[in-house]
Design a protein around this ligand. Sequence first.
Ligand SMILES: NC(=O)c1ccc[n+]([C@@H]2O[C@H](COP(=O)([O-])OP(=O)(O)OC[C@H]3O[C@@H](n4cnc5c(N)ncnc54)[C@H](O)[C@@H]3O)[C@@H](O)[C@H]2O)c1
Length: 297
Amino acid sequence: MAIQKVFVVGSGFMGTGIAENAATSGIRVVTYDIADPALERSRRIIEKNFARRVSKGRMTQEDADAAIGLISWTKDLKECADADVIIEAVSENQQLKAKIIKDIEANAAENAIIASNTSSISISFLGGLLKDPSRMVGMHFFSPVPAIPLMEIVRGLQTGVKAKKIASELAERMGKKCIQSRDEPGFLINRMLLPMLNEACVLVERHVGTIEEIDEGMKLGLNHPMGPLELMDMIGIDVELAVMNVLHEVIGDSKYRPAQLIRRMVDAGYLGRKSGIGFYIYDEDGKKIQPNTYILK
Ligand SMILES: NC(=O)c1ccc[n+]([C@@H]2O[C@H](COP(=O)([O-])OP(=O)(O)OC[C@H]3O[C@@H](n4cnc5c(N)ncnc54)[C@H](O)[C@@H]3O)[C@@H](O)[C@H]2O)c1
């Protein structure tokens, strides 16, 4: 099946990245959100990112205009009716995702594939909400989506061969290398990554090292491109907490219990780059200014 149109549900950090990546790959994409500010922000970010590519000589103005022309932003879910693949990328909340999946089913074409970008929620559960569960597949992108070449394809118990094949084809067209995961909490990568990030929080909480030392340590000592605390700020502290909660609840092992500091940061609205403050404080352009010493009190 030639994929003509992709519809992304949720125009936050990930939805915006997925839309930008799809359009750069020549695929028509519509991105949907309930919140006007999210749609406006998504458009602004995409325009800024393409302008940066042009100014750095990575793309011609003509190609950038063509890619932006492939993207539209909407508050009308009915526009998913002629999409071949619908990718759900709303906040990491099981109830919210369950509602959205049913709304998508009510509006989508019968032969469309429904994918979820969830970081931790069961694909088998989401598929079980559909009349035809074989249409549901996990497409777990990594952030920032246009730059990271990995895609985890997650097969729920009912995921059909067609859904898996189309998801893999779409991912490859978007320049991704696919790895497959069974439908277990956190799949492959988050199952390993999240406990490590959580432990970095515990070290901050216990004043074992400073925010900068922990990040520098992992960059210089292990050759990681970003420190764990910088990475958490990019992913979103709220997303981390939601994923840790699923790992802890579903697997049950205390090693997945979210650090108290993660909970308190979410309570305080310290969500990372998206709120301008997390482990670090950021300026309006998203540039890191200094470590957030409020969390060390
Ligand atoms: N942040 C990451 O690095 C990352 C990586 C891989 C996967 N994910 C997953 O991607 C999904 C989205 O994460 P994010 O970081 O983009 O979050 P985000 O908070 O940036 O964006 C979530 C978006 O969902 C929208 N939304 C909420 N309720 C909605 C509704 N009823 N209808 C339509 N839109 C609605 C919000 O307005 C917001 O724009 C989550 O499932 C997350 O686990 C995140």
